[in-house]
Write a protein that binds this ligand. Structure first.
Ligand code: PEP
Ligand code: MN
Length: 338
């Protein structure tokens, strides 16, 4: 349930509500919005009489039941779009994230060339994996900390914030020292200990949808992060498993519209993993922005034919550069910019 406070409620009245929740062993998450202040009540056993009890408290306007299993990610709790800030970049509302870079960081030359090219083209963040989840244990699994150092070098030169994946709770401290956004990969969407650990950092988190996760499961995973007191979650649709074999995954643009309707969190799209083919990336990028996505994350490699991972779905810098003006044109139509 949520407790909606009157617009002129005092800090003391809010505290009185929070104290009563503590007496019931419940937690209250306070959201102070421009239009209203609400307290989301979270916990296992909400007594049936609690709503009536709290409606008599001074400063309380009304109490409402939240019908969804997720609470803090829900638009019922926070109707306005969340804008996640990453350095000077904003994601959500009218602000688009244009994240580009290689699947994996491979070498200094490769990451520096990519970072320069994507910044020149107009990207506002750099992606690159140092710890790679690979389907086969024999594939290239990333450079580890050396890869993180190369990403930091690319950020120092270009000013682009870094998005990079963290795969285990034990690596969160290390990756957090270099990254600006912690990426949770599709395969880890339901690694609940990892979600709580990145939640505790307070840093922006890019949460990919699992390969066969429902939208509700995806939003519940975001709830794990926010429940740790970290509201800086960016959802990312990256394609799901279906019966279709013509593409690597099926990019579910329905999910963008559904997630944005149900949640206040920004939702971005990964057309590279969503399609698996570089020549399908431009049309699906434009479709994602038209569908209301708050950004895209696109794999770009200076020499895709020689990439150590995901070369077949990576744009070369020329193709990425010619896509950007088209993205700007569609963004304008839907009232967004970067
Ligand atoms: C990636 O971004 O390179 C990646 C491994 O993505 P996903 O977790 O969506 O497969
Ligand atoms: Mn990849």
């Amino acid at each position: 349930m949520i407790v909606v406070m009157q617009t002129d409620s005092t800090p003391g009245q809010i505290e009185a509500v929070l104290n009563r929740l503590r007496e019931h062993s419940l937690r209250g998450h306070l959201t102070v919005g421009e239009e209203r202040t609400v307290i989301a009540v979270v916990g296992a056993a909400i007594p049936p009489t609690l709503r009536e009890e709290l409606e008599h408290f001074a400063g309380v306007k009304e109490t409402l039941r939240i019908t969804q299993p997720y609470k803090l990610v829900s638009r019922e709790v926070k109707p306005s779009d969340t804008v996640v800030t990453v350095g000077d970049v904003k994601v959500g509302g009218e602000h688009l994230a244009i994240i580009a870079g290689p699947c994996s960081v491979e070498s200094e030359e490769q990451i520096m060339a990519t970072a320069r090219a994507v910044r020149e083209a107009g990207a506002n963040m750099l992606r690159g994996g140092a710890f790679k989840p690979r389907s086969s244990p024999y594939s290239f699994r990333g450079l580890g900390e050396v890869g993180l150092q190369l990403l930091a070098q690319a950020r120092a030169e270009t000013g682009l914030p870094i998005v990079t994946e963290v795969m285990t709770p034990a690596d969160v401290d290390l990756v957090a020292r270099y990254a600006d956004v912690l990426q949770i990969g599709a395969r880890n969407m339901q690694n609940y200990q990892l979600l709580e650990e990145v939640g505790r950092t307070g840093m922006p988190v890019l949460l990919k949808r699992g390969l066969s996760a429902t939208i509700e499961e995806w939003l519940l995973s975001a709830e794990y992060i926010i429940a740790q007191g970290n509201p800086n979650v960016i959802l990312c649709e990256r394609g799901i498993r279906t019966f279709e074999t013509a593409t690597r995954n099926t990019l579910d643009l329905n999910a963008v519209a559904v997630a944005r309707k149900r949640s206040h969190l920004p939702v971005i799209v990964d057309p590279s993993h969503g399609t698996g083919k570089w020549y399908l990336v431009p049309p699906l990028t434009l479709a994602a922005i038209a569908a209301g996505a708050d950004g895209v994350i696109i794999e770009v490699h200076p020499d895709p034919d020689r990439a150590k991972s995901d070369g077949g779905q990576s744009l070369n810098p020329e193709n990425f550069t010619s896509l950007v003006p088209q993205m700007r044109a569609i963004a304008k139509v839907v009232g967004k910019t970067w």
